[in-house]
Write a protein that binds this ligand. Structure first.
Ligand code: FAD
Length: 490
């Protein structure tokens, strides 16, 4: 979490000058250029803070100029380095300016361009907030094929740029499948109109895929065409509690058998994650501290009674086979929201008790809990941690190590809460975990991307040939390196 300190300013970039900012003022509508007094604006440090504060890191951005375009045509050819920003909810400081790059925040580009209800195709501006899009689609019996805890503030452009996963990936698949087309402003100022609404189009290279997960390093996404899903007529939600991780795995196996096509989420968490969340959110004391593991299961189907029968069958099977200790069933949509809030507030709750590292890993599902235990052992042996102490202790640097995540997709969020981020500890931790993941042939970033914090670790998950090819693509599309510099590539 000290990464920006180690980046040297790219000598190819000229220093941002007042004349540049005045030029932006002359071409953009009033209110679209925020700047500090140094650039003849009246934005204070406080006003610029939302554009300079990435989540869950000690990093702070340095943007003194933020552009807020309102339509694609306002993008101009600029030789300045720029940083695209969505809702700034990304966890790897990908939307943060490192030196005097210009931040381009997409929040004013937030209109729906079209909706084809029959085909379920939505075309919208990249700055639309995910939750708002979902609500709009719900009115038409549709829903977004992606859902995550930051839905109230993240943008669809940010989701596409990070190839966000989230809790429903198990049902709807990755954005590489559901995004049908993109409109992108390229580093040379040209607008790539690839905003297809077609589901099938095998006319050569699928260009849009390059921008999905590129984290703003190849262009600014301004428009998104996406295949919406049918909103389920019946939704059920249950939390099952069990005493061993083997039983989490058995529950997953049985959930797939019983629920099959209606299974729309399968998440897990360990006891410490649950207890921290319940304590800091102050709710659901009924099943607090009684169990070792919890799974969150959601179904989305078309027949209330039929789906209910399937869940009841699953519950009876799990109870009859002594797989679970208890099940908490949501009785209505308000309770579904409340139960989901526990899972959605998990990262935030960890952050309330100390600085938190959330390592977002893809590893074989049967190794997830072992990874948590092995890390605890390593940190205990390294004299950073004592599991027997409460999470509120200030005797050791590490307060707790927890695991939760989208386990149905093999995605573990491995969390380490510390009293304060420290460089030497970060190094020790990352080396141990990333070596561990490499040995399992996993990925050091399942869904959060690489951002500013992880480029030096890309080699743990990508071969040198793959990294070389990524660099070739970057140079071909952005020869001057002005798109989100210092991010993703080593
Ligand atoms: P930002 O944070 O603003 O930007 C992220 C990256 O995308 C940056 O590199 C930025 O430069 C680039 N970018 C943004 N907009 C554009 C654009 N229009 N064109 C080009 N590049 C752009 N992530 C998951 O995958 N799954 C989860 O379940 C999940 N849960 C989360 C829960 C919480 C509470 C929080 C805080 C975060 C969570 N995240 C999750 C991480 C984050 O929300 C996602 O990565 C999200 O997709 C980022 O969207 P954003 O609009 O905030 O992007």
């Amino acid at each position: 979490n000290q990464s920006s300190a180690s980046k040297t300013r790219d000598p190819r970039f000229k220093k941002l000058e007042l004349a540049d900012v005045e030029y932006f003022r002359s071409i953009l509508p009033p209110g679209s250029v925020l700047s500090s007094p140094e650039f003849k604006g009246n934005s204070t440090e406080q006003d610029l803070l939302p554009y300079n504060t990435p989540v869950y890191t000690s990093e702070v951005g340095h943007a003194q100029v933020v552009l807020l375009p309102t339509c694609t045509l306002e993008f101009t050819v600029t030789l300045e380095p720029i940083v695209p920003q969505g809702g700034n909810t990304g966890t790897l400081a990908g939307s943060m300016t490192v030196y005097d790059e210009i931040a381009i925040n997409m929040s004013k580009m937030n209109s729906i361009r079209s909706l084809d209800e029959n085909a379920g195709v939505l075309v919208c501006d990249a700055g639309c907030i995910l939750e708002e899009l979902d609500k709009k689609l719900n009115d038409h019996g549709l829903c977004m094929p992606v859902d995550l805890g930051a839905k109230g503030s993240c943008h669809i452009g940010g989701n596409v740029s990070t190839n966000a996963g989230g809790i429903r990936l198990i049902k709807y698949g990755s954005l590489h499948g559901s995004v049908l087309g993109l409109e992108v402003v390229l580093p040379n100022g040209k607008i790539l109109d690839n905003l297809s609404i077609l589901r099938k189009d095998n006319t050569g290279y699928d260009i849009k895929q390059l921008f999905i997960g590129a984290e703003g390093t190849l262009g600014i996404i301004t428009g998104v065409s996406i295949l919406a899903a049918k909103k389920p007529k019946a939704t059920h939600m249950v939390i099952f509690c069990m005493n061993s991780y083997e039983k989490v795995l058995l529950t997953f196996k049985k959930a797939k058998e019983h629920l099959s096509e209606i299974l729309s989420a399968f998440e897990y968490c360990d006891a410490t994650s649950m207890n921290i969340t319940l304590d800091t959110q102050n709710k659901h004391n009924t099943f607090k501290k009684k169990h070792n593991y919890y799974v969150f299961i959601e179904t989305g189907g078309s027949n209330q009674q039929h789906d209910q029968e399937k869940i009841t069958d699953l519950f009876e099977d799990l109870q009859g086979s002594n797989t679970i200790e208890e099940g908490i069933f949501a009785q209505d949509s308000a309770q579904i929201t409340k139960l989901w809030e526990i899972r959605e507030f998990m990262i935030l709750s960890h952050n309330k008790i100390g600085d938190t590292y959330t390592l977002d890993l893809s590893i074989p599902i049967d190794t997830a809990d072992k990874a948590v235990q092995d890390l605890k052992k390593f940190l205990t042996e390294s004299k950073y941690y004592d599991e027997s102490l409460p999470v509120t202790n200030d005797k050791f640097h590490v307060k707790c190590v927890t695991g939760f995540g989208h386990i149905g997709d093999g995605n573990l969020h491995l969390n380490i809460v510390v009293d304060k981020y420290r460089h030497e500890f970060t190094e020790l931790l990352e080396k141990f975990v990333f070596e561990y993941v490499k040995n399992l042939k996993g990925s050091i970033s399942a869904e959060h991307g690489i951002g500013l914090l992880k480029p030096d670790f890309l080699h743990y998950s990508k071969s040198s040939e793959a990294i070389e090819l990524m660099q070739t693509i970057k140079k071909a599309i952005d020869p001057k390196g002005i798109m989100n510099p210092y991010k993703v590539l080593p």
